[in-house]
Design a protein around this ligand. Structure first.
Ligand code: COA
Length: 424
């Protein structure tokens, strides 16, 4: 038994934000029916192609455990099929450009008429307001959500991060909204609209930066490196390089091999509780009693000097040795892992966070499995569907079309070319 077994999701999502959400729901056991444009499908199927003729990793890594139906939702018969799907499913998830669903004729009012219990979950770039009609991609959301202005170094331009907080981050927010709405619907019998704007999702993830924005009124942000460097603060939360962002100062420091290896670095946190142990490890026992380092507050203006000395030590060790030495002492450190190292990590493979998946067009590829572990709802990652692979199965098994109806739908062109043998 899977947690969301029995829940049917009409997955009208594409690209990244929506698909990450429905992929999670599929991993938790929902039956996710991905509706795709006949002959075309989700645009990512053919973007950043690495194996000619095969679905791209962009698509396969975001659409595991789903079924695919090709359906032209602008064709009359296609609209009838979509109506039947709306009747049958519990949740409809979409991340079209604003207004696209209305233009297809499926307004919220119409959807409620068809199925009053339907939960309509949407990702949009912005919430209601002056930007609500804009099309938005990942980096736009990172910029408009406050992440870019607070990422990077003080003397450089704003930076976007490699973590897809605008797309996958919003997908996560949407998934929580959907599960919450399902929980409410179980009690009220009513559906509702769930909206996760990408800008809002990024702002939520930048909460501590908005904390700092308000703290500026009370004076300089003393835990930021720029305080120790004597650089004045402006009127907005500044870029903080690799400063920790919390009450415990931290930095990224070079490790042995940094000249040749771009990832030979460690994150090092000078947590107050283990200050004495840090002093001993780096060979500065005298710092334990030095007046200028006596309290965390007193150390703040000296962070550059402190981390420079710690780096002298970390540069004599590999990033893994730093971990091995510091961990038993409860000094929080973390190696900078490359994507290659992560993909080869045995521990992550054991927990199912890194998985190998078989695909008929690609062979074996590595993917990211479910990052959330439910003890009573284990996840088995299965490959993404080929375009329209389940068209006939969905029409007949989910919607109950008989042979004649099936033939009519196929003839109308609403579902693209189906495998004739399967249709018969
Ligand atoms: N049958 C027929 N038409 C279909 C269809 C189907 N199965 N699926 C999609 N379409 C149509 C849509 O109705 C739309 O037509 P319209 O413009 O005539 O109304 C058209 O395909 C294109 O959809 P759209 O969403 O505008 O795609 P796009 O490629 O132009 O824009 C985004 C892509 C991501 C920018 C846009 O969808 C968007 O802003 N989404 C919301 C924010 C978001 O999720 N962004 C992150 C993506 S990772």
């Amino acid at each position: 038994m899977k947690a969301l077994e029995g829940v049917k999701i009409l997955d009208f999502t594409h690209v990244q934000s929506g698909p990450t959400c429905t992929q999670l729901l599929a991993w938790f056991g929902a039956d996710v029916i991905k509706v795709e444009r006949p002959g075309v499908g989700d645009a990512t199927r053919k973007q950043l192609v690495d194996v000619p003729g095969a679905d791209s990793l962009y698509f396969t890594m975001l659409n595991h455990n789903k079924r695919s139906i090709e359906l032209n939702s602008k064709n009359e018969t296609g609209k009838e099929v979509l109506t039947r799907l709306i009747e049958t499913c519990d949740v409809m998830v979409e991340n079209f450009a604003p207004g696209a669903l209305d233009r297809m004729g499926f307004t919220w009012e119409r959807i409620q008429e068809i199925n009053p219990k339907m939960i309509l979950a949407s990702v949009k770039g912005f919430g209601p307001g002056k930007y609500e009609d804009c099309k938005v991609y990942e980096n736009v959301a990172q910029c408009a959500g406050g992440a870019a202005s607070t990422t990077g170094f003080l003397d450089g331009p704003p930076l976007v991060t490699g973590a897809q907080i605008g797309d996958s981050g919003t997908g996560l927010h949407l998934a929580l909204g959907i599960v919450t709405a399902l929980y409410q619907a179980a009690k009220t019998g009513k559906g509702q609209k769930v909206l996760a704007p990408m800008q809002d999702g990024v702002i939520n993830l930048c909460r501590v930066k908005l904390r700092d924005q308000q703290r500026l009124k009370a004076g300089p942000l003393k835990e930021y490196s720029q305080y120790g460097e004597g650089i004045e603060f402006g009127d907005a939360t500044p870029r903080a390089g690799n400063d920790s962002g919390g009450g415990q100062p931290g930095r990224i420091l070079k490790c042995k091999g940094w000249h040749d290896d771009p990832n030979a670095y460690t994150y090092f946190i000078t947590q107050a509780a283990v200050w004495d142990k840090i002093c001993d490890v780096i060979g500065e026992p005298g710092w334990k009693t030095a007046e200028e380092f006596a309290t965390p507050e007193k150390r703040l203006p000296h962070l550059d000097a402190i981390f420079a000395r710690i780096e002298d030590w970390t540069m004599t060790k590999s990033k893994y040795e730093v971990m091995e030495i510091c961990n038993p002492l409860n000094i929080p450190v973390g190696p900078i892992l490359s994507t290659k190292e992560i993909m080869e990590d045995e521990g992550l493979r054991k927990t199912g966070t890194i998985v190998e998946v078989e695909h008929p067009e690609r062979g074996t590829y590595v993917s990211v499995g479910c990052p959330i572990k439910l003890s009573e709802s284990p996840v088995e990652v299965t490959r993404s569907p080929l375009l329209g692979e389940h068209t006939v199965e969905i029409l007949s098994e989910v919607l109950g079309y008989d042979g004649e109806e099936l033939a009519k739908v196929v003839e109308s062109g609403a579902v693209g070319d189906v495998n004739k043998a399967a249709a018969e």
